[in-house]
Design a protein around this ligand. Structure first.
Ligand code: HEM
Length: 418
């Protein structure tokens, strides 16, 4: 008995959450379950951070007024200082990060969000349905004759680039370049990036800003039916939006809207392939696509983590969090919490009351939620209807090298098209 207790104590002591762990990266859910049941407010082994995994705690922090947004702009400023001493810099990145909506706090956040929120309303997104459907049809048409495709490269990646590009009014010929930049930019969301990677990010921000500046100048002279022109008009009417904020916001839409959507479609098709009964059900009953996409977002959340900083001391669980300590909020863990979801590890596309946190909560709730949902619904339904005999073409799946975002590098499948 004593030996058993010592063993328990030892294993409890050595257990530490390490998001770099290969095993965790391949399948984070067993680790989340352990954290949630044994240490739901876990002291991270580096820095002054806490890892939060229970649904109720994550939701409460996201909605709390005693919490401020990420400390990323401050950290980037420190890195910039360090590099400046060595004759290099991250000037563009450090400056831009202060104007990124999801790093902002009220009242600036409220002002800026108020200006862009209309462009992403359900009504606007519903009007985009035919265009999204046409892009999906076109992408599937290009691989139809092959009998094989990579869901990530052939469908999930080009779709959001075209859609966001179209919203902003970016010409088709610039899409490839923007896709390359967005891929790098999405690393802003990852808190674990090397200095060299930050330098590349800084260059991309400079190039992207230059490109957008030219486009904004064109739209100033000749407004079109696009988001840049709408933001310019909002700016003139209320003088509430600086030019830098306008450029940064357009860039942010690529950084946040692309990889997250790619991951939703990729993770969703993978979950369906691994649960043939659910795939068959959805193929037979395409009208349940809305609830299927909600389950995909919950079951294998494309954004696994976000973070916040405590403004003053607060209690979470039975732990005291000190002011200025960082909270790593595991959305992926909250979405598998058995106290919120019945049989949380079961993939059930008919799940009832699926109140997941995949899009966050509170004032930073995802601006692009309706757009992301619509793209995923159209892409997955059309794929199942057009390529009914979908099969996984590999047993070796590799996840992208990003801690906060969860998505596959490739997802090869075979099919027999109609
Ligand atoms: C399924 C795909 C998506 C997922 C899972 C997702 C997830 C999230 C999450 C979790 C947040 C909150 C972050 C936090 O509180 O720290 C967020 C914020 C945000 N998302 Fe998304 N997102 C998706 C697609 C998109 C798209 C398509 C766009 C736009 C084109 C977009 C734009 C934004 C913006 C601008 C914010 C910041 C909002 C604010 O700070 O007020 N997202 N997203």
């Amino acid at each position: 008995m004593l030996a058993e207790n010592i063993q328990k104590l030892r294993s409890a002591k050595v257990f530490r959450f390490n998001p770099f762990d290969k095993e965790f990266h391949a399948n984070p859910y067993p680790i989340y379950h352990r954290l949630r049941s044994e240490e739901p407010v876990h002291r991270y082994f580096v820095g002054d951070d806490w890892v939060i995994t229970r649904y109720a705690d994550v939701k409460a922090v996201l909605r709390s007024g005693r919490i401020c947004s990420h400390d990323q702009p401050k950290l980037l400023q420190q890195k910039n200082q360090y590099l400046q001493d060595k004759g290099k810099n991250l000037n563009a990145l450090a400056y831009t990060s202060r104007q990124l909506l999801f790093y902002m706090n009220p009242p600036d956040h409220t002002r800026l969000r108020g200006l862009v929120v209309k462009a992403f309303s359900l009504t606007v997104v519903e009007r985009m349905r035919p265009r999204i459907q046409a892009i999906v049809n076109d992408l599937l048409q290009q691989v139809r004759h092959k009998g094989t495709m990579d869901i990530i490269a052939d469908l999930a990646t080009p779709l959001p680039v075209f859609v966001i590009g179209k919203m902003l009014g970016i010409p088709n010929e610039a899409q490839d370049q923007l896709h390359e930049w967005s891929n790098v930019l999405s690393r802003i969301l990852d808190s674990l990036v090397t200095l060299e990677e930050y330098e590349v990010l800084n260059q991309v921000v400079e190039e992207f800003q230059k490109y957008l500046q030219a486009l904004v100048a064109e739209r100033e002279k000749d407004p079109q039916d696009d988001l840049i022109s709408a933001l310019l008009a909002a700016r003139e009417q209320s003088d509430k939006l600086s030019k830098e904020e306008l450029l940064t916001t357009c860039m942010l839409l690529f950084a946040t809207g692309e990889e997250t959507t790619v991951n939703t479609i990729g993770n969703g098709v993978l979950a369906l392939l691994r649960h043939p009964d659910q795939m068959e059900k959805l193929t037979r009953e395409p009208t349940i696509i809305q609830s299927a996409v909600e389950e995909i977002l919950r079951y294998d959340s494309p954004v696994q983590m976000t973070s916040r900083v405590a403004i003053d001391n607060l209690e979470i669980g039975n732990q005291t969090i000190q002011a200025s300590q960082k909270l790593i909020l595991c959305l992926g863990a909250a979405n598998r919490d058995p106290s919120q979801f019945v049989n949380p590890d079961q993939f059930n596309i008919n799940r009832f009351q699926n109140n997941h946190l995949a899009f966050g909560d509170g004032i930073h709730y995802c601006l692009g939620a309706a757009l992301a949902r619509t793209q995923a619904q159209i892409a997955i339904n059309t794929l199942l209807q057009e390529f009914p005999n979908l099969k996984l073409a590999t047993d070796k799946l590799e996840w992208r090298n990003n801690i906060a975002l969860r998505g596959l590098k490739t997802l090869p499948v075979t099919f027999t098209s109609k």
